[in-house]
Design a protein around this ligand. Structure first.
Ligand code: NIG
Ligand code: FE
Length: 418
């Protein structure tokens, strides 16, 4: 077998390894966490990094076989760990653009949901679609996300809500990941909304919770290795489920060994952050409304704050205050929340632009948010480039790491087209 490397990315204007120390909240502009190497290169064999450093040194240290080595010329671009989108509802069909227009005209998210729109509408549309449509729409979306530099996407269920539709959603997520060639982590979100088929029945909410716990949750947690979801989620909010309604799901997940990541505080603080911390959630997501106590509990539990500027923007809310979270010792990640209702966006670098201008993150912290913090929330070794580590890279068509937020919405992967 040839010792030649499989791929080499060379002459990057900058190689951003993200292998530095975690950003210090009191020195947010220190660029050490980025581990930048100018005129950098990275060599890959069997999916692992075999060398990285200045291009001259890497070329001198590895064997290149013109027939077997893919050579990527990265002049004028930034090579970095693939970006990680750790909160999406990307498994959906169609769109809800009319609801966005209604909100611009003054309707609230809750008004629209009360009239049968919102999550319930996407549930009806998903159930009416066949498997091929589910897989094709998600695979196309994953490929577009990849074209923005995203190489790992967390995808939630939650537009199924009955046992069969939730199981079908989990299968579609895996199939779409394979078809698109994009890494995915799946999250089972049974408590997203009350099943629209039960909602109007007498006692519908109680029946839904009862059915979810006695039927849907056991069926999903009984799935074998490879079919099981990686995480469990619940929407803990005034528009979703209470702490008391959510607790049995978290207990069942704990018994099954499935870690939570949770929607909390999007519209009101009902102590969801404290609940997330109590159950050792990987992340507490949204956090437009959260107390200092909730944030302190998250900091002690190591729960990542997953901030979703696309949702706050689309709902016309003020952005969560990331600076306050950092000051209280919380690690911050950013994700698109890609969904048809509150965040119809696939562009992860754009989230960095919102975060540095409107949430108080530094550009260094925004990089950390899309790589290391997101990777930690997904228990993944990616998000950094190190010799011996996973060779998961993006090549961003921009002149410097400083351009990730600066090139607002225009950052693309140089070698990937949707
Ligand atoms: O993260 N908060 C709940 N879930 C989504 C919205 C889903 C939808 O409206 O379809 C969110 O914003
Ligand atoms: Fe969400």
């Amino acid at each position: 077998m040839s010792a030649a490397v499989d791929a080499i990315y060379r002459n990057a204007t900058e190689l951003v390894t993200m292998a530095g120390p975690a950003p210090d909240p009191t020195r947010p502009f220190d660029s050490a966490p980025l581990g930048v190497i100018e005129d950098g290169a990275i060599a890959v064999r069997a999916g692992r990094v075999v060398a990285l450093g200045p291009t001259r040194d890497v070329l001198a240290s590895v064997e290149i076989d013109p027939k077997n080595t893919c050579v990527f010329d990265c002049v004028g671009a930034v090579v970095a760990p693939g970006l990680i989108d750790a909160h999406t509802h990307a498994l959906f069909v169609g769109h809800r653009a009319d609801e966005f227009v209604a909100r611009i005209e003054g309707a609230s998210y809750a008004d629209i949901a009360a009239k049968g729109g919102g999550i319930a509408r996407s549930v009806r549309e998903l159930r009416a679609a066949d498997d091929e449509r589910l897989i094709a729409e998600l695979a196309a979306r994953l490929r577009r996300m990849r074209s923005f530099g995203t190489t790992m996407v967390e995808v939630k269920t939650g537009y199924g809500l009955d046992t069969e539709s939730e199981l079908r959603s989990l299968r579609a997520i895996r199939a779409a990941s394979e078809r698109a060639g994009v890494r995915v982590r799946s999250t089972f979100l049974p408590l997203h909304a009350v099943d629209p088929a039960l909602r109007s029945l007498p006692d519908g909410r109680r029946r839904f919770l009862e059915r979810t716990m006695s039927e849907t949750v056991p069926a999903v947690f009984a799935l074998g290795e490879g079919a099981r979801p990686d995480y469990v989620d619940a929407y803990v909010d005034t528009t979703g489920f209470s702490v008391e309604e959510t607790r049995p799901l978290l207990e069942a997940a704990k018994r099954a060994g499935v870690a939570p990541r949770m929607h909390v505080g999007q519209f009101a603080d009902i102590a969801g952050a404290e609940l997330a911390a109590e159950f050792g959630a990987k992340s507490a997501d949204h956090l437009e409304h959260v107390s200092d106590e909730g944030l302190r509990a998250m900091a002690s539990a190591g729960t990542v704050a997953m901030l979703l500027p696309g949702a706050a923007f689309s709902l016309g809310q003020s952005m969560p205050d990331a600076r306050r979270m950092r000051a209280l010792g919380v690690e911050v990640a950013l994700a698109t929340d890609c969904n048809p209702g509150t965040s119809f966006v696939e562009n992860l670098p754009l989230m960095a632009a919102f975060a540095v201008r409107q949430m108080g993150l530094s550009t260094v912290e925004a990089w950390w948010a899309l790589t290391r913090a997101a990777a930690r929330s997904l228990d993944w070794e990616g998000g950094a480039l190190r010799v011996g580590g996973v060779a998961d890279v993006c090549v961003l068509d921009m002149p410097s790491w400083r351009a990730l937020p600066y090139a607002v919405g225009s950052v693309r992967d140089k070698f990937t087209r949707a």
